[in-house]
Design a protein around this ligand. Structure first.
Ligand code: AMP
Length: 420
C-alpha cells in the first residue's frame, strides 16, 4: 500500500473501530466500580497552565525536565496534561470543593500526554483512569483507594499482579532519611550515573528509583526509609498494612519504592504485572498530603492512584481476555429495487425504536452483495424485501445463524424480534 500523505504523530495512536468497543467496555467497568465505591467523576481540561504542572510535580522529576508538551500563545503558557492529580487538585481548590462537605472522592478517565520515547506500553498520548480522596488522612482512605484500583483489575480477570507497598514518610521523617541516604551514597557517588549524581542533593530518594545498571550495587544495600519513619508515619503505615490484611489484599513491602512526584507523602504503592515486559507498571499512587497547599489551598491530606489503560489492554491481550463481544448488528435490511429501499429506510426507525440495532445497504448493491455484507456485519437477522414482498405485505425474516426464514408481516417481525 502507498505511504499515506498524513499519519498520526509518533506515539499517538488511533483507537480504531475494531478496538473502540473494548475501550468502551473498560470505561463502563471503571464507571460502575467507581460508583460502587461512591466516587464521583471529574473532567478537567486537556490543557493546564505550565506553572501548575511544574509546581505540582517538582522541577527535578522526569516529567518536567523532558517529558512535557508545552507551548505558548500570547501571554499564556500551556501544557498538555501529563497526569491528573495536580489538575484535579487545582479544580478542587479553584471551585472550593471542600465546601461540599466530607472528603471529596473523585475519579477520572482520559488521555494524558508525555513526550517520552515511545515503545510497547509507552506512548506520548495514553489513557489513565484514576481516583483521588481529598480531605482525609485516615488510612481507610488509602486502603479504599487501593481496593478500588485492584477491583477494576479483578473484575476484568487480571489477577496476576504484584502490589508493592512502601511509606515515604512525612517531611520530618524524610529529612532524617535523606541525610542518612546521602551519608551512605556519598563515598561512591562518583561511580554512579549522571542522573543519580544530579539527584543527590535535591532528591536523593529518587536515586533508589534508578534503572541504571551502574547504580544497582549501591542502591541494593542503601538504608531503608522504614527505619526512619517518625511515630505518626509509622502508625499510619501500620494501619494501612493491617487494613489491607483485613481485606485480604496481598502486598509486598518494597522499601525502595519511591514515586516520581515530589509531593507524595507516607503511603506509596505500585501495581506491576509480569505480563507486560519491560514497562511492567500497571498503576501506581499514594498519599500526597502536601500538594493541596502547594497549589494554593488549605493544608489538606489526600491520596490517589493512576492506572494506565493501554497497559491494561496489553495485559488483557496477553491473558486472552476479551473485554467486548464481537461486533454485530441485530437487523440488516436486504432490498431489491427502489421501492424496497425506501421501505427499508422508513422502517429502520421502527426497529431502532424497538431497542434493536438496524442497518441497510448504502451503496445500491445487488442482493447477493447485501447478503454478504450482512454476514460481514455479523447480522443476527436479515429482513429481505423485494417487489413480491411489498405487494403481499409479508417479508422474509432470515435468522442468519440458523439459516431459517419466515414470511411475516412487519408487525409480526417486530414482535418476534422484540421477544429475542
Ligand atoms: P504515573 O502517573 O507515571 O504514576 O503513571 C501511572 C500509570 O500510567 C503507569 O503505571 C502506567 O500504567 C501508565 N503510564 C504512564 N506513562 C505512560 C505512557 N507514556 N504510556 C502508557 N502508559 C503510561
Amino acid at each position: 500500500m502507498a505511504k499515506p500523505k498524513y499519519t498520526s504523530h509518533v506515539g499517538m495512536v488511533d483507537i480504531l473501530p475494531d478496538e473502540s468497543p473494548k475501550w468502551r467496555a473498560l470505561e463502563e467497568i471503571i464507571h460502575e466500580e467507581a460508583a460502587k465505591f461512591n466516587f464521583e467523576e471529574i473532567r478537567t481540561p486537556i490543557m493546564e497552565q505550565t506553572e501548575l504542572i511544574v509546581r505540582g510535580i517538582g522541577q527535578l522529576t522526569d516529567i518536567v525536565s523532558k517529558e512535557i508538551f508545552a507551548f505558548e500563545k500570547g501571554d499564556s503558557h500551556y501544557v498538555l496534561r501529563p497526569e491528573l492529580t495536580a489538575p484535579v487538585v487545582r479544580s478542587y481548590v479553584e471551585h472550593h470543593l471542600d465546601q461540599r462537605g466530607g472528603s471529596q472522592k473523585l475519579y477520572y478517565i482520559g488521555p494524558m500526554f508525555r513526550a517520552e520515547k515511545p515503545q510497547k506500553g509507552r506512548q506520548r498520548q495514553f489513557h489513565q483512569f484514576g481516583a483521588e480522596v481529598i480531605g482525609s488522612d485516615d488510612p481507610v482512605a488509602d486502603v479504599e483507594i487501593i481496593a478500588l484500583m485492584m477491583r477494576v483489575y479483578e473484575r476484568i480477570g487480571i489477577t496476576n499482579f504484584e502490589l508493592k507497598l512502601n511509606s515515604v514518610g512525612d517531611p520530618e521523617s524524610r529529612e532524617a532519611y535523606k541525610e542518612a541516604l546521602r551519608d551512605y551514597l556519598r563515598p561512591n557517588l562518583d561511580k554512579m550515573s549522571d542522573v543519580s549524581q544530579e539527584r543527590f542533593e535535591k532528591n536523593p530518594m529518587r536515586i533508589l528509583d534508578s534503572k541504571e545498571e551502574q547504580d544497582q550495587a549501591f542502591i541494593e544495600d542503601a538504608p531503608v526509609i522504614s527505619d526512619y519513619l517518625n511515630e505518626e508515619s509509622q502508625q499510619h503505615f501500620t494501619l494501612v498494612k493491617e487494613y489491607l490484611d483485613d481485606l485480604g489484599i496481598d502486598y509486598t513491602l518494597d522499601p525502595h519504592l519511591v514515586r516520581g512526584m515530589d509531593y507524595y507523602t507516607r503511603t506509596a504503592f505500585e501495581l506491576t504485572s509480569p505480563d507486560l515486559g519491560s514497562q511492567d507498571a500497571l498503576a501506581g499512587g499514594g498519599r500526597y498530603d502536601l500538594l493541596v497547599e502547594e497549589i494554593g489551598g488549605q493544608p489538606t491530606p489526600a491520596v490517589g492512584f493512576a492506572a494506565g489503560m493501554e497497559r491494561l489492554m496489553i495485559a488483557c491481550e496477553e491473558l486472552d481476555i476479551s473485554l467486548a463481544d464481537e461486533k454485530s448488528v441485530d437487523v440488516y435490511f436486504v432490498t431489491l429495487g427502489d421501492a424496497a429501499r425506501k421501505f427499508a429506510l422508513t422502517h429502520l426507525p421502527k426497529v431502532r425504536e424497538a431497542g434493536l440495532s438496524a442497518t441497510m445497504d448504502y451503496k445500491g448493491r445487488s442482493m447477493k452483495a447485501q447478503m454478504k455484507d450482512a454476514d460481514r456485519e455479523n447480522a443476527r437477522y436479515a429482513i429481505i424485501i423485494g417487489d413480491n414482498e411489498l405487494a403481499e405485505g409479508k417479508y422474509s425474516l432470515r435468522n442468519m445463524k440458523a439459516s431459517e426464514e419466515d414470511s411475516l408481516t412487519f408487525e409480526k417481525i417486530l414482535s418476534k424480534l422484540a421477544g429475542v
